[in-house]
Design a protein. Structure first.
Length: 292
């Protein structure tokens, strides 16, 4: 008997009257296995076009509503793996992919260069989007945001101590949402309080690229960096850490040979860097799949 694929499409394509017919509806559609293109039409003649890409453990569905300004929605459908897998330990700190979960690319990241990394970070629960359905990939990441992201990633890759109930920085209070991550990273020595003058962390300020390198280098294995050179090394405060992270392939320079140590990092760039970090640690493989 020919197999059929049941796809649950949760379409939230709102705007025009044309696309509103699909809003707030969930339709279960049985589609023959191997189908590459499909069209769903309702009683009023409204329709969406579906394009399917099949891989071993996942199906990617591109949903397009014609004649609208909506960008295509990309949905990934993880396939059930019937092979026996080891159960995650009871104290696992998150990031597991659920076989019954459906993930969609944020509307502003469908055509972004970092789309796959953004989707993977979303799937792992490490870097979420905003309530309005966007990811804001070009938004600059702050110290507080990067601290929270790095701590979540480190929980998947190693042991992260519980935050200490003390205030290391005058502008990081126990009731701040980022207090826990910052405190944990201080204990782990990713964040060195001595680097910051007069006890100010400036959590809402953009984090410079070399500061990202400084924090992250703590968890990067020793790699020969003698061949790593940047033309603006003289402007760096932490050239050893920058070169270490660059040698590991986590942060890269620019085509003009510079590193721009004081430059900012976008959310998309942070997502890509953390995907590289997780691959380096063996948490995910080259096919962007979580090792169980």
């Amino acid at each position: 008997m020919k197999k059929f694929l049941a796809v649950i499409l949760a379409l939230s394509l709102v705007g025009s009257a044309h696309s509103f017919a699909f809003a707030e509806k969930k339709a279960t559609v049985s589609i023959p296995e191997g189908t590459s293109a499909y069209k769903i039409v309702d009683k009023e003649g409204n329709f969406v076009d579906l394009e399917f890409t099949y891989k071993k453990d996942v199906i990617t569905v591109v949903v397009t509503v014609p004649n609208t300004e909506n960008d295509p929605q990309i949905i990934t459908v993880p396939l059930e793996n019937t092979e026996k897998r080891d159960e995650d330990s009871a104290d696992s700190t998150g990031g597991d992919l659920k076989n019954d979960s459906i993930f969609s690319v944020p509307m502003d990241s469908v055509n972004h260069w970092a789309r796959n990394d953004i989707l993977l970070m979303n799937q792992l629960g490490l870097l979420k989007g905003y309530p309005d359905g966007t990811f804001k990939p070009e938004k600059t990441i702050t110290r507080a945001e990067y601290a929270a992201l790095l701590e979540r990633v480190l929980k998947m890759a190693s042991t992260v101590p519980k935050s200490v109930e003390t205030t290391v920085f005058s502008d990081v209070k126990p009731d701040d949402w980022f207090f826990g991550p910052v405190s944990s990273l201080v204990v782990r020595k990713n964040i060195n309080p001595e680097v910051y003058s007069e006890g100010h962390f400036f959590p809402n300020a953009a984090i410079p690229r070399e500061e990202i390198a400084l924090w992250t280098a703590v968890d990067v294995p020793e790699i020969s960096s003698q061949d790593v050179k940047f033309k603006d090394e003289s402007a760096m405060k932490y050239p050893v850490d920058v070169k270490k992270v660059a040698a590991a392939g986590l942060l890269k320079g620019f085509p003009d040979g510079s590193f721009r140590p004081n430059g900012n990092t976008t959310r998309a760039e942070a997502a890509t860097m953390m995907v590289r970090f997780l691959k380096m640690k063996g948490i995910i493989n080259e096919q962007n799949e979580r090792k169980m």
